[in-house]
Design a protein around this ligand. Structure first.
Ligand code: ADE
Length: 422
């Protein structure tokens, strides 16, 4: 490696990777170390303009050990999951020639070289929005580019899976299936793309980030406890999900929103039912989550055909997928009517992401929220309830693309001279 003679080069790559939301849920592992699931799952990738991770990775002979900075703070890479990803990537690395800097790195050199990794999530990590899915996918994708790993996205997904299960689905845009696989070594537990983001681009997604006072059970321990104690989980994994996967693939292929919505809501509800069937029971949804479900169910019933689907992961946030822009605007009106912001909030930070949905809903300022009329499905004899401040904020987004390399040096998070965070 030219590295030995010239200590001062730093080679970097920057990538951006989306997060994803499962519409057929992953819950339960058959192997804890390799992160192998007990059922297939299907997800929608979210537009990285609104929710993504950006990661810069660097290699230099001057680096003495692997280091990572997450959202501005140095964090440890010693965890088994990070180590598994780094080991897998090093074993697949190829030769690299950095033309301008005259750098030559051979396959063997990667065993001795160290990385600096700098990562930012463009949404609050603590908001419970599957940041580890985007984060681990971005770490694997950017390092694979830096190290000239030739594997395709599906093979990379099997590496990302070992960092965080649902990360494997963030290697693709659009609609993605994580195939559980049968092999003991996990080689066939990979993600595949069912359709890209352009296939069904009418869909609009609104996320309600719900205030939560309760400390949640981590997904890792929650899943373990469910597999150990729930009687329902086996029925779900063996009988229910295999049929739903086939039906969901068909619904996505045909852009059949009623079928898509029915399956998405049913699968979210069953996931929370197996959580309740766990000993001790796990409660991820709270009163606000339940009120959002009621609001959607009432509206869908009133219309006679589904306008919106809901799905909830291991936390109280609602992910609402609407049929089209018109339905999304009507949904946003309903959400803002029932969950208005506290008086000190400003509209710009209460509804973020794609602001055109707010315009379509006819909301220009806070006064417009206060002036919203109760939706017609609310019966006159029951006064419409308002829950001010129970939602922190809303994110309007849509299905989005998979990972990309950012070639503009200005987007790099690493100083190319020092190899440290900018
Ligand atoms: N966990 C949460 N966010 C992450 C990120 N951006 N990179 C690695 N791990 C993460």
């Amino acid at each position: 490696m030219a590295a030995e003679s010239c200590k001062d080069w730093v080679l970097t790559v920057t990538a951006q990777t989306p997060t994803n939301i499962a519409v057929i849920k992953y819950w339960g592992k058959r192997d804890e170390d390799l992160i192998l699931p007990i059922n297939d799952s299907i997800s929608v990738t979210l537009d990285p303009h609104h929710l993504c991770t950006t990661t810069s990775v660097a290699v230099s002979p001057a680096f003495t050990h692997d280091r990572m900075w997450l959202n501005g703070k140095e964090v440890s890479l010693s965890g088994g999951r990070y180590q598994n990803c780094l080991r897998e990537l090093r074993s697949r690395a190829g030769d690299v020639e950095g033309e301008e800097k005259g750098i030559k790195i051979t396959k063997k050199d990667w065993e001795k070289l160290h990385f600096h990794i700098v990562s930012y999530n463009n949404f609050p990590t603590a908001a419970g929005l599957a940041s580890s899915a985007a984060g681990l996918a971005c770490l694997v994708f950017s390092l694979a580019k830096l190290m000239n790993v030739k594997d395709d996205h599906s093979r990379l997904s099997a590496i990302a899976r070992q960092g965080s299960g649902s990360a494997c689905r963030s290697l693709y845009g659009g609609f993605v299936k994580w195939i559980m696989g049968k092999e003991q070594n996990g080689s066939d537990s990979i993600a595949v793309q069912l359709a890209d983001e352009k296939h069904w681009d009418d869909l609009v997604i609104i996320i309600a980030v719900v205030s939560s006072r309760q400390k949640e059970t981590s997904s890792t321990s929650g899943m373990r406890e469910t597999v150990e104690t729930s009687m329902l989980i086996e029925h779900r994994a063996k009988e229910v999900v295999p049929k739903r996967i086939i039906q969901m693939e068909e619904a996505i292929k045909n852009r059949d929103f009623p079928a898509f919505a029915r399956l998405t809501c049913a699968d979210s509800n069953q996931f929370h039912a197996v959580c309740l069937d766990t000993l001790p029971p796990i409660f991820y949804m709270n009163d606000t989550s339940h009120r959002i479900i009621s609001c959607v169910e009432k509206w869908n019933r009133f219309e006679g055909t589904p306008q919106v689907a809901y799905t909830f992961d291991a936390g109280p946030n609602a992910v609402l997928i609407s049929h089209n822009r018109k339905a999304a605007a009507l949904l946003l009106q309903r959400l803002l009517f029932h969950f208005p912001p506290n008086s000190d909030a400003d509209l710009n930070s209460y509804v973020i992401g794609d602001k055109t949905i707010l315009q379509d809903a006819g909301i220009q300022d806070m006064k417009d929220i206060e002036a919203l009329a109760p939706p017609p499905e609310i019966k006159d004899n029951i006064p419409a309830q308002k829950y001010r401040g129970d939602v922190n904020y809303f994110i309007c987004t849509r299905p989005g693309r998979g990972p990309v390399v950012l070639t503009d040096e200005r987007r790099s998070l690493i100083n190319p001279e020092t190899g440290l965070p900018k």
